[in-house]
Design a protein around this ligand. Structure first.
Ligand code: M6R
Length: 368
C-alpha cells in the first residue's frame, strides 16, 4: 500500500526515478525519438511553426519548464497558457500550430475544452497524459504517455516530473523533425535524460534532512520561493505544493522581479526558498541569484538554498543548504523540485493535515 510510508505522497516522491525511467523507455528507437500515438504525418511535425502549451495547476508549471527547452532546441516560438484562459481567448492558431496539452488525469475540463478550442481552428494537438485512454488523448492528433503509474496523493509529484521528461521528448522530436539538432545531438540529449533517474535517486538521499527542516518551518506564516530561468517554474511549483498541502501563504517569484515589489514582503525570519542555477551554467544567472540571496538575507529573511553540490559561493548566504546533484541546466527542475515536494508534505504533516487528501481539492477537476 503506502510501502511503509506515513502517506502516499512520500511513497510517490520516492517512486520518481522509476517514473522517469518508465516514461523514457521505448522512445528512442534506431537513433530516433518516437511518440506513442502519432495520427499526424512527419511532414506535419516538420511544418510546425509555433507551439502553445496548455494545462492547469502543476501541469501548467511543467509546461513553463518545457518552454525553455523547446525554444532552445527547436528555435520555435512557445507560449504557455493556463487552459482556463486559453479557452476563452481568441488565440492565433492555424494548422501549423502545435498545441501541447498536458494533463495527468486526461480529464481536466478546462484543458479538454482548450483542446477542442484549438482543434476547431485546425491546430494539431499533442497530449501528454498519465492515463491511458482518457478523453484528452482520445481527442488529440498525437500522444505521449507519462508512465508515472497511478498517483493517489492529490498533490502531483511523480506525474509532474514525468510530464517534464515527456515535454523534453516532445522538444527533441520537434528538433529532430525540423533538423535544428543533428541525430548525434539528439542521441546525446536523450542519454542525458536517461541519467536523470539516478540523479533523482541521489536527491532522495536528502529526504530525512529536508523533512527535519520542514518540521522546523511548520509554524511559519508564509514562505516565498525564488528562481530564475527554469528555476522560476520550480519556485511556482514549490509554492503551489505548500498552499495546497499546508494551507500556508506561499508565493513563487522570478528572482528578477524582487525589486519590482516582492522585496517589500521580506521581514525578519521570513523563510525564503531560493533555487540556485548551476555555477557551471550561465555565470550571469548564478551571480544574479547570489546577489538576490544576499539582499534578502540582509533584510532578515531565513534563506533556504537549493544549490548544486560543491557550490561554495552560496554557503555564506544560506541559513539552510539543500544540495542537489550537478545536471545540465535545462534538466535541473527534475532534481530541484524534489526537496520542495518533501518540504511541503512534511510541513503539512507537522501541522496535522492529511497530506494525501488536502481540503477542498479533488484529484481530477472535471467541473469548472
Ligand atoms: O490532471 P491534470 O494534470 O489536468 O490536473 C491539473 C491540476 O488540477 C493539478 O496539477 C493540480 O494543480 C494538482 N493538485 C497539483 O498538485
Amino acid at each position: 500500500e503506502k510501502g511503509g510510508h506515513e502517506y502516499f505522497m512520500l511513497k510517490e516522491i520516492e517512486e520518481q526515478p522509476e517514473a522517469l525511467a518508465n516514461t523514457l523507455r521505448g522512445h528512442f528507437v534506431n537513433g530516433r525519438i518516437v511518440l506513442d500515438e502519432q495520427r499526424m504525418s512527419d511532414q506535419d511535425l516538420r511544418d510546425v511553426d509555433k507551439v502553445f502549451v496548455i494545462a492547469c495547476g502543476s501541469s501548467y508549471h511543467a509546461g513553463l519548464v518545457a518552454k525553455y527547452a523547446i525554444e532552445h532546441w527547436c528555435r520555435l516560438p512557445v507560449e504557455v497558457e493556463l487552459a482556463s484562459e486559453f479557452r476563452y481567448r481568441d488565440p492565433v492558431l492555424d494548422r501549423d500550430t502545435l498545441v501541447v496539452a498536458i494533463s495527468q488525469s486526461g480529464e481536466t475540463a478546462d484543458t479538454l475544452e482548450a483542446v477542442r478550442h484549438a482543434r476547431e481552428q485546425k491546430a494539431r494537438v499533442l497530449a501528454i497524459c498519465n492515463t491511458n485512454g482518457a478523453q484528452i488523448p482520445r481527442e488529440s492528433d498525437a500522444v505521449l504517455y507519462t508512465h508515472a503509474g497511478p498517483e493517489i496523493g492529490v498533490a502531483s509529484t511523480k506525474a509532474f516530473l514525468a510530464q517534464i521528461v515527456a515535454n523534453y521528448l516532445v522538444g527533441l522530436a520537434l528538433a529532430q523533425a525540423r533538423g535544428t539538432k543533428y541525430p548525434d545531438e539528439v542521441a546525446r540529449e536523450f542519454a542525458e535524460l536517461e541519467a536523470m533517474p539516478d540523479a533523482v535517486s541521489r536527491v532522495l538521499t536528502t529526504v530525512e534532512r529536508v523533512r527535519a527542516l520542514g518540521r522546523e518551518l511548520a509554524d511559519s506564516k508564509a514562505v516565498l520561493f525564488l528562481g530564475r530561468h527554469v528555476g522560476f517554474p520550480v519556485a511556482l511549483e514549490g509554492a503551489l505544493k505548500l498552499k495546497e498541502l499546508a494551507y500556508m501563504h506561499a508565493e513563487g517569484f522570478a528572482a528578477g522581479e524582487l525589486k519590482h515589489g516582492p522585496i517589500a514582503l521580506i521581514e525578519e525570519g521570513l523563510p525564503v526558498v531560493v533555487v540556485m542555477p548551476s555555477p557551471k551554467g550561465r555565470a550571469v544567472l548564478h551571480s544574479k541569484l547570489v546577489s538576490n540571496i544576499s539582499e534578502i538575507q540582509a533584510r532578515g529573511a531565513r534563506t533556504i538554498v537549493i544549490a548544486e553540490e560543491g557550490d561554495e559561493t552560496v554557503r555564506p548566504f544560506a541559513d539552510h543548504l539543500i544540495e542537489i546533484p550537478a545536471v545540465p541546466t535545462l534538466l535541473q527542475p527534475l532534481v530541484s523540485t524534489v526537496p520542495l515536494q518533501v518540504l511541503a508534505a512534511e510541513i503539512a504533516r507537522s501541522r496535522g493535515y492529511d497530506v494525501d487528501k488536502p481540503r477542498n481539492l479533488a484529484k481530477s477537476v472535471t467541473v469548472e
